[in-house]
Write a protein that binds this ligand. Structure first.
Ligand code: SAH
Ligand code: SF4
Ligand code: F3S
Length: 437
């Protein structure tokens, strides 16, 4: 018997890339590859890349540089670039880094086995088409392995919103929803393999239209799957939060009280220039509506500081909005010019201003985050345990609100759920005690 070939995948960027990498590993499993944890002994290296900010894209080239020695020692080693940099730069990647054998965009992953064979035959293989079919249906899978208690499941991909700063509509293409029936099959399969919590993924997940009742309808249907205990979804756009999805936060028990709803900025002038298509007040009203049906909802968001023409006053409006919402978690970034997007052509905010605003915003967000975490002390939550903790007998899992919770829990295994009283709040996580019965 020949030894299986080894595949090393390194994943950058968002959760959708994590999901895609899992699916690509499964597909390559079907052609005789097993995954390896290190590039050193790999027969194929695949970088699943992100193009969202300049730094993310540059990381790819510096990582590729590191593989020169490996390629010199092993001419059979094939190097591939997948993901959003592959889509944005195509064969340009091979010009900049000639040792790259294969470039595959996110919409062409079902062709990966063919492309690998082409690369093995000594040809350069590039595919950055946008085919119409559901690539995941066409991706062959290997015999199903057991899974941990949580998993991602892509239900929607691409974006039609064209925010002025963002490359996603160009790298992931137009909005496409996977049919509900396929998602149901995949969800049941994951649950049989040990999954208890699903996070539904989409660049614009609440624009999902593969179910006649939209994402809310899909969530309610998924909630009927026995053994699936928790449902989350990310990332949502404020303008696609329809009445039924809001109502699901009240009446669907398996839908967790945590919502990632990026707003990016608090100034109406900046929101308009970003092409976000809503005002700060509309966003605040929406948060109010959500909290009126689900008072304990933890909000999460994304922010960009130093967008072109953002003044100190505009930035203050972002701080005001953050104060009004009180976020349980948040991600914030300095605006990064992306080639081909409208905002890249506009007058830029100086780098030191951006850095100063980011620091001030992050200080506020961290304070809020910590205050909400501290407020959990004394409360009872349900924890889905994921893995052993650092101390003997300790297990770590997540609460409904996505807080990491450490518990002394002999006899409890990953995938178990239990009621826990929170007794202590640390820097980034909580400690709790099991409640009896
Ligand atoms: N689809 C999601 C976000 C995708 S990108 C949404 O619409 O919310 C994730 C986050 O990266 C964005 O929410 C935004 O905050 C940030 N981001 C996107 N483009 C950026 C850029 N050019 N510079 C800095 N941050 C950016
Ligand atoms: Fe990018 Fe805007 Fe689409 Fe989100 S909604 S992926 S930020 S263009
Ligand atoms: Fe990055 Fe593409 Fe995701 S640009 S954030 S990997 S959609």
């Amino acid at each position: 018997m020949t030894e299986p070939k080894k595949l090393f995948i390194k994943t950058y960027g968002c959760q959708m890339n994590v999901y895609d990498s899992e699916r690509m590993a499964e597909a390559m499993g079907g052609t005789g590859y097993v995954q390896t944890e290190t590039p050193d002994d790999a027969d194929m290296i695949l970088l699943n890349t992100c193009h969202i900010r300049e730094k993310a894209a540059e990381k790819v080239y510096s990582e590729l540089g590191r593989y020169k020695g490996l390629k010199a020692n092993n001419p059979e080693l094939k190097i591939g670039v997948a993901g959003c940099v592959a889509q944005a730069e195509g064969k340009e990647i091979m010009r900049r880094q000639p040792m790259v054998d294969l470039v595959v965009g996110p919409q062409s992953y079902h062709r990966l086995p063919e492309l690998e064979a082409k690369a093995r035959a000594g040809e350069k293989a590039v595919d950055t088409d946008f085919p119409e079919d559901d690539k995941f249906a066409a991706l062959k899978t290997r015999p199903k392995a057991k899974r941990g208690p949580t998993a991602f499941l892509t239900v929607q991909e691409g974006c039609d919103k064209f925010c002025a700063f963002c490359v996603v509509p160009y790298t992931r293409g137009a909005e496409v929803s996977r049919p509900a029936a396929r998602i149901m099959d995949e969800a049941r399969d994951l649950v049989e393999r040990g999954v208890r919590e699903l996070t539904l993924l989409g660049q614009n997940v609440n624009a999902y239209h593969g179910h006649e009742k939209g994402l809310g309808g899909l969530i309610r249907q998924l909630a009927t799957v026995d053994g699936l205990e928790r449902i989350r979804f990310t990332t949502s756009h404020p303008n696609d939060m329809d009445d039924d999805l809001i109502a699901a936060h009240a009446d669907c028990e398996k839908l967790m009280p945590y919502l990632h709803l990026p707003v990016q900025a608090g100034s109406d002038k900046i929101l308009k220039r970003m092409n976000r298509q809503h005002t700060a007040e509309e966003y605040l009203k929406l948060v109010e509506r959500l909290r009126s049906v689900r008072p304990d909802l933890h909000m999460s968001g994304d922010f960009i500081v130093g967008f072109p023409e953002e003044t100190e006053e505009d930035f203050q409006a972002t701080l005001d909005l953050v104060k009004a919402v009180e976020y349980g978690s948040a991600f914030s970034f300095k605006y990064s010019e992306r080639p081909g997007t409208p905002a890249a052509e506009r007058p830029q905010v100086p780098e030191d201003e951006k850095a100063d605003r980011l620091l001030r915003l992050q200080t506020l967000l961290t304070t809020q985050q910590k205050a909400l975490q501290d407020a959990m002390v004394g409360r009872d939550v349900t924890v889905l345990f994921e893995k052993a903790g650092r101390d003997p007998g300790q297990m770590v899992g997540k609460s409904e609100y996505l807080h990491a919770v450490h518990v002394q829990a002999e006899g409890i295994a990953p995938g178990d759920m239990a009621r826990v009283r929170i007794v202590w709040s640390g820097r980034n996580s909580l400690n709790g005690e099991l409640l009896q019965g």
